[in-house]
Design a protein around this ligand. Structure first.
Ligand code: COA
Length: 391
């Protein structure tokens, strides 16, 4: 019998301390107005003493297990997606496993920048579909604040700390992951980098002097990549899922910048109420951003049993990842039957869906090309305006 990965529990954990844009105005040469208009961010959470990557992961997992009514002794595997572990060695996933008190669980840490959670979710689904495991915890968590240069206004306004987790369990009813796309464009590996954080440039006085242990980013390169990849990968996964765009109830994009999301929304021609945005409250929490947004969407009642949701992320690497999920957390409840269960209906409807998706994809590409042209034309004008204003 075919097996599916059903998400049955979820939970989140964010630090107590809130750092607002007005607080940042006291720290670097910036303004609330600049940050809000360029990024949509109003505040972010910053971890205090005792709030670590592992502690946020553990709290999120506990909530997810409680919601699902599953004990730690039942967990088979824990996957922690993060770029900011407590230590480089040991893997933070083992610290999480220890603190949760699991008995038989394997655990590993997955590093794929801000796309880590979607990579981890797809990985968990494979373990379940193959029959190897029944219960897998998937965590996206970051304590980025120690890797942020709080004197660099280009980056310090963007990032925040937090974590969230889901529990995926084996199910024989069709649900969970319907399609996915995992991508990497390693040519742009240096677009978002902490040069002195690893073994290529081991920690030294020089690293400290050059502030190479902090995150650096080529914002415009990431922006261009993100808008292109978000639209392309959403189209690809919706097409691969066999659903049409109208069947999608919610899109949960990586919460890096509201402008990136807005641009992608316009290109895709999506209604705004189909898109989850909470970047204003947490900033960019990297691997935690998509599961945090998922938890907030659930708190706000934006996902019902039977909903179809698209997750889409991009980030360091540069990487991207997208997935279509059928959302049905209750065990043993018959949801809307997917087309794949009805070969006759499937054969009838699939060509219609394919044609509709092809029309949609052509429209999105045309809009994207027009917007790229408009942006290319506006960039020199904006730069000239800035230069004359500064003189
Ligand atoms: N406050 C005030 N001014 C700032 C500033 C801040 N916090 N940060 C940068 N600026 C200045 C720049 O120094 C520049 O000044 P200059 O023209 O005198 O050189 C000016 O604002 C414009 O900078 P620019 O980089 O062109 O701004 P932008 O419109 O591209 O916005 C980002 C910058 C970072 C918001 C945008 O590029 C972005 O969001 N990129 C994607 C980042 C991202 O998503 N990263 C995470 C990936 S997971």
């Amino acid at each position: 019998m075919k097996r599916y990965g059903r998400i049955t529990g979820w939970g989140k954990s964010v630090p107590q301390r809130i750092l607002t844009n007005h607080d940042l105005e006291q720290m670097v040469d910036t303004t609330d107005e600049w940050i809000v208009t360029r990024t949509g961010i109003r505040e972010r959470r910053i971890a205090g003493a005792g709030e670590t990557t592992s502690s946020m992961a553990v709290e999120s997992c506990r909530q997810a297990m409680e919601r699902a009514g599953v004990g730690p002794e039942e967990i088979d595997l824990i996957i922690v997606a993060t770029s900011s572990p407590d230590y480089f060695c040991p893997p933070v996933s083992s610290m999480v496993e220890d603190q949760l008190g699991t008995i038989k669980a394997g655990a590993f840490t997955l590093v794929a920048g801000c796309t880590g959670f979607v990579y981890a979710l797809v990985t968990a689904s494979q373990f379940i579909e193959t029959g190897l495991y029944d219960k897998v915890l998937v965590v996206g968590v970051e304590k980025l604040s120690p890797a942020v240069d709080w004197t660099d206004r280009n980056t310090c306004v963007l990032f925040g700390d937090g974590g969230a987790a889901v529990l995926m369990e084996a199910s024989d009813q069709p649900t969970g992951l319907l399609s996915c796309e995992l991508g990497s464009n390693g040519r742009d590996w240096d677009a978002l980098i902490a040069p002195g954080y690893g073994t290529a440039k081991p920690f030294s006085e020089e690293v400290l002097r050059n502030r190479d242990h902090f995150l650096r980013m080529d914002g415009r390169r990431v922006f261009k990549f993100a808008t292109r990849k978000m639209t392309d990968s959403v189209i690809n996964v919706v097409q691969a899922s066999g659903l049409s765009w109208d069947d999608i109830d919610l899109v949960i994009p990586h919460q890096a910048n509201a402008r990136i999301i807005e641009l992608a929304v316009r290109r895709l021609g999506i209604e705004e109420d189909k898109v989850m945005v909470n970047v204003d409250r947490y900033g960019n929490t990297s691997a935690a951003s998509i599961p945090l947004a998922l938890c907030d969407a659930l708190e706000q009642g934006r996902l019902q049993s039977g909903s179809h949701v698209v997750l889409v992320g991009f980030g360091a690497g540069l990487t991207w990842a997208a997935a279509v999920l059928h959302w049905q957390p209750e065990r043993g409840i018959e949801g809307p039957i997917l087309v794949e269960n009805w070969p006759l209906l499937s054969n009838l409807f699939q060509p219609v869906t394919r044609v509709r998706n092809a029309v949609w994809s052509t429209q999105v590409n045309a809009r994207a090309r027009l917007q790229d042209l408009a942006m290319a034309a506006m960039t020199p004008i904006n730069q000239w305006q800035r230069r004359t204003r500064d003189q």
